[in-house]
Design a protein around this ligand. Structure first.
Ligand code: HEC
Ligand code: HEC
Ligand code: HEC
Length: 437
């Protein structure tokens, strides 16, 4: 524990020093660099350009974070919970007082591609780290669209972090260490399709913000797209690993998943369902195929496959009983599920993931299933929080993670208790009965 604390303190110290250096760099950038006329949007943009910009906004999923539940689109106020505290998204409608109505394209570009907003450096919760890759044309089109959004008055206090994380100037240090401020560079040896896929994944799609694991300071680790932990969810490995990644998925499986939220193996839930509903379902066929080709071209991660827990062990035997009585009506006793509707649990990469967070979340809290144009009647998964004890949930998890060819670490009662608390699941109803005098 002491060692962990010390290294965290060192890291914060480094950020502060680097922050001071970066701050000087920024001030000079602001004074000397003038905005290139060549990418400036005309005072009245063509309908075509505005339409292209709307598509870039879809690809980038700007609405996901800039719209509060039940609020007006782009009016901000949506809370992002980070390990460092809460950050609220800005109002980016054209309201002059509380939005960005007074901004010009240069200010917009500086926020979206370079991470400097109206209060100074932006927190990386706003994925400028990915948007930095946007081409000049896409950025200009995006601006042509965003500035047409009707004004909505909604004052947002973005920064609700505790000291020292509330000090924006320290972010210059974060940028020096983790921010690659560079437009997308196509790889000469790749095909045009794979380059387009890489652009969509790394740029507008900002897939790495969830699928790449983070280091202590919230920067991307080097395990690119090999699976990241979110609050209460696991965003799985997107490399070609056959056990925990997309190794067994065809390009068509990837396309179907991103377009409809389902494919022959699985159905999306949680934050990925939101990304599919708001963003990827609107992608053109060509763009979805480009993403699939790019992901399938990534070398497989080398995550080791653990030995499966023995089927004769107690948790496996109890887990099997729970599965047969509670789950097999839908998921079928051999784990095969129902195509395009009920996920197959056998050979399922998410079920084999080292981190069971998504599985626990779905089993405890249930899941609505993705609602998309291509999948208008999603099947839902019922919540078991009230119905099963921590020990029963742990055993059924261990069972599905180690049956039908699956192999993954056992899940403990403590893991379930923690997930219950972290995801605000209901207590087990049997518990209340038991504790009655
Ligand atoms: C993953 C969530 C997320 C996504 C996606 C996202 N933003 Fe943001 N954005 C934020 C947050 C959070 C802030 C506030 C950050 C801060 O105050 O440091 C922000 C700030 C901004 C700002 C700065 C406003 C100001 O007054 O300084 C602009 C402009 C902006 N976003 C535009 C966009 C656009 C355009 C898109 C799509 C291309 C987008 N954002 C997508 C989370 C997001
Ligand atoms: C806001 C976080 C977030 C973003 C952004 C995001 N994902 Fe995901 N993704 C997840 C989570 C969480 C899951 C697991 C969902 C589940 O368990 O049903 C997931 C699942 C997936 C899966 C299914 C993997 C499997 O083995 O079941 C694919 C494919 C995928 N995402 C691709 C993408 C692509 C491509 C992008 C960028 C265009 C992207 N994701 C952006 C969070 C995210
Ligand atoms: C009424 C039918 C039904 C029952 C009963 C049911 N499930 Fe599900 N399950 C589903 C559906 C539908 C989904 C997909 C939900 C989504 O897309 O969000 C799902 C999703 C899942 C997932 C996520 C799979 C993935 O690829 O991310 C897991 C794990 C799971 N169920 C396990 C269980 C367990 C364990 C039980 C018993 C305790 C159970 N289910 C009972 C219908 C059911």
């Amino acid at each position: 524990m002491a060692i962990k604390l010390r290294s965290a303190a060192l890291a914060v110290g480094a950020v502060v020093v680097a922050g001071a250096l970066g701050y000087t760099a920024l001030v000079e950038y602001g004074l000397h660099k003038s905005y290139p006329q060549s990418i400036k949007v005309a005072d009245t943009a063509s309908a075509d350009q505005i339409k292209r910009g709307e598509y870039v906004a879809r690809l980038s999923d700007c609405t996901a974070c800039h719209t509060q539940e039940g609020g007006k689109p782009f009016a901000g106020g949506y809370t992002l919970h980070t390990p460092f505290g809460d950050i609220l998204s800005s109002n980016i409608t054209s309201d002059k007082e509380t939005g960005i109505g007074g901004w010009d394209q240069e200010q917009f570009d500086r926020a979206v591609r370079h991470g400097v907003g109206s209060h100074g450096y932006l927190y990386a919760a706003m994925p400028y780290n990915a948007y930095a890759k946007l081409t000049d044309q896409d950025l200009a089109d995006l601006w042509a669209y965003i500035r047409t959004i009707a004004p909505v008055k909604n004052k947002v206090v973005e920064n609700q972090l505790p000291f020292p994380f509330n000090q924006r100037w320290t972010l210059a240090g974060w940028n020096l260490m983790f921010f690659h401020d560079q437009v997308f560079q196509p790889q000469e040896l790749s095909t045009a399709e794979i380059n387009r896929g890489a652009y969509l994944v790394d740029g507008p799609g900002h897939c790495a913000s969830c699928h790449t694991p983070k280091n202590l300071l919230g920067g991307d680790s080097s395990a690119y797209l090999q699976g990241g932990a979110l609050q209460g969810w696991n965003a799985p490995d997107l490399t070609s690993n056959p056990h925990t990644g997309l190794g067994k998925w065809s390009n068509e499986d990837v396309v179907s998943y991103l377009r409809s939220g389902t494919n022959r193996e699985t159905a999306s839930s949680g934050p990925m369902t939101e990304a599919i509903e708001n963003s990827t379902q609107y992608m053109t066929d060509a763009d979805l195929h480009a993403i699939a080709s790019y992901l399938k071209s990534l070398p497989a991660s080398t995550t080791p496959v653990p030995a499966a827990v023995a089927s004769t062990s107690e948790p496996m035997m109890v887990g099997k009983k729970v599965f047969e009585s509670q789950c097999s009506a839908c998921h079928v006793s051999d784990g095969s599920g129902i195509r395009q509707m009920i996920p197959t649990l056998a050979g399922n990469s998410q079920v084999n993931a080292p981190d069971p967070a998504s599985l626990l979340n779905v089993v405890l809290n249930g899941s609505e299933g993705p609602l998309t144009h291509a999948n208008p009647t999603a099947a839902g998964m019922p919540a078991f929080d009230w119905k099963l004890s921590d020990s029963n949930v742990a055993d059924v998890m261990t069972y599905i993670r180690n049956s039908w060819g699956n192999a993954a670490t056992a899940v403990s009662e403590q893991d379930v208790a923690k997930a219950r608390a972290a995801t605000h699941a209901k207590p087990w109803a049997g518990h209340a009965e038991e504790s009655q005098p």
